[in-house]
Design a protein around this ligand. Structure first.
Ligand SMILES: NC(=O)c1ccc[n+]([C@@H]2O[C@H](COP(=O)([O-])OP(=O)(O)OC[C@H]3O[C@@H](n4cnc5c(N)ncnc54)[C@H](OP(=O)(O)O)[C@@H]3O)[C@@H](O)[C@H]2O)c1
Length: 302
C-alpha cells in the first residue's frame, strides 16, 4: 500500500504495512544485481528481512569469488561472476557498480537483456541516455539512495519516465521502500541534484555533528553528555521543522532573543560564511556528479 503526497514536481511515496498485493507478486520475480557491494547488500538485506523476495529469487554478480561466497553464506541468494547470466535471468536488474566500472560492463550486457527487463541504476552520474545507448535497452530507471538506507532510514530519490509500465514503477517503489523513504521525481536531472543533496548529505551532516561535539567538549561538556545533547538537539530540531508549517527562518527567529545567546551564536556563523560554505559544498558535489556523467557520456559514446 502506498501513500502518495503531491509535492511540487515530485510525489512522495512511503511504503507502509500491510504488505501489498504487488509485494506478494514480487515473489514471482527475479531480481538481479550487477555489482554486489555495499549498496547492493543494503537492498538485499532489506528485501529479505521484509520477506518481499525469497533468497532464491535474488541473483547477484560481482568480481571476486570470495565476496560471492560471503553473500551466499550470509543470505542464501544466488551469486556468480557472470554478469551476462545474471542480466539474462533478471526481471528487474539493478546496476550497482562504481561509475568507473560502468564502461566495462555495458558492452558485456548489451543486447543480453529480455525486452521486459526493467533496469534500475544506482550509479552516480550515469544518465538514462548513456545507459540506453550502452545497453541497447530503453526500459530504464535511475535512483540515488544514501547511507542511512543501511538502517532502513534512508532517502532515495528515483526517476522513471512517465511512460513506464505501472507494474515496473510499483516494483521499484517496493524495492526502494525497504530502505526507508522513496521519492519519485518527474525530471531526471533531479536525481543528479539528489546525488549532491541526499547522497552526499549524510557526510555533511556527520561533519556538522562532529563539529558540534568538538565544540561542546571545547567548552567543557563531558563527552557522554555532549553526545546525548547534540544528537537529541539535532533529532528534535529536525522533527520540529518537519511538523511545522512555518518557514525554517521563522523558527530560527522564534528562538533568537534580541541581544541573547542565540543571536551571538548566529552572528559568528554568518561571519564564517556558514550558509555560503554549505552551498559551495553541495554545489561542488553536484558539479562532480555532472562531470562524472559527462565522462561516462564520452566513454560510452565511443
Ligand atoms: N555507498 C553509498 O553511500 C552510495 C550511495 C548512493 C549511491 N551509490 C552508488 O552505488 C554504486 C555502488 O556503490 P557501492 O558503495 O555499493 O560500491 P562497492 O561497495 O565498491 O560495490 C561495487 C561492486 O561492484 C563489483 N564489481 C567491480 N567490478 C565489477 C565487474 N566488472 N563486474 C561486476 N561487478 C563488479 C564489486 O565487486 P568486488 O567487490 O568483487 O570487486 C563490488 O561488489 C556506485 O555507483 C555509487 O555511485 C553509493
Amino acid at each position: 500500500m502506498c501513500h502518495v503526497v503531491p509535492f511540487g514536481t515530485v510525489s512522495v511515496r512511503k511504503s507502509v504495512k500491510p504488505r501489498s498485493q504487488m509485494e506478494d507478486e514480487m515473489h514471482n520475480w527475479t531480481l538481479g544485481f550487477v555489482g554486489a557491494g555495499v549498496m547492493a547488500e543494503v537492498m538485499i538485506a532489506g528485501l529479505l528481512e521484509e520477506g518481499i523476495l525469497p533468497p532464491q529469487r535474488i541473483v547477484a554478480s560481482n568480481r571476486r569469488a570470495a565476496r560471492s561466497t560471503e553473500l551466499v553464506e550470509r543470505y542464501g541468494i544466488r551469486c556468480s561472476q557472470d554478469n551476462l547470466s545474471v542480466a539474462a535471468q533478471a526481471d528487474v536488474l539493478v546496476l550497482s557498480v562504481k561509475p568507473q566500472t560502468l564502461p566495462k560492463i555495458l558492452p558485456q550486457l548489451s543486447g543480453a537483456l529480455q525486452p521486459s527487463t526493467m533496469v534500475l541504476s544506482i550509479i552516480a552520474g550515469a544518465s538514462s541516455a548513456v545507459l540506453t545507448r550502452g545497453l541497447g535497452h530503453s526500459r530504464i530507471a535511475r535512483c540515488m539512495p544514501n547511507l542511512p538506507c543501511r538502517i532502513r532510514k534512508g532517502m532515495t530519490v528515483w526517476y522513471a519516465p512517465e511512460s513506464s509500465n505501472p507494474a515496473d514503477l510499483q516494483r521499484i517503489d517496493t524495492i526502494l521502500g525497504v530502505m526507508g523513504q522513496a521519492l519519485r521525481v518527474t525530471e531526471e536531472t533531479h536525481v543528479d541534484r539528489a546525488t549532491a543533496v541526499n547522497g552526499t548529505g549524510p557526510a555533511i551532516v556527520a561533519e556538522f555533528v562532529k563539529s558540534m561535539l568538538d565544540a561542546a567538549t571545547y567548552i567543557g561538556e563531558p563527552r557522554n553528555v555532549a553526545r546525548e545533547t547534540v544528537l537529541a538537539t539535532l533529532a528534535g530540531t529536525v522533527e520540529m521543522i518537519r511538523q511545522s508549517d512555518a518557514h525554517v527562518a521563522q523558527l530560527i527567529d522564534e528562538v533568537t532573543s534580541p541581544g541573547g545567546t542565540t543571536s551571538r551564536a548566529l552572528q559568528v556563523l554568518k561571519q564564517g560564511r556558514f550558509s555560503a560554505v554549505i552551498t559551495d559544498s553541495i554545489d561542488a558535489a553536484y558539479q562532480r556528479t555532472v562531470a562524472l556523467g559527462g565522462a561516462l557520456e564520452e566513454k560510452v559514446g565511443e
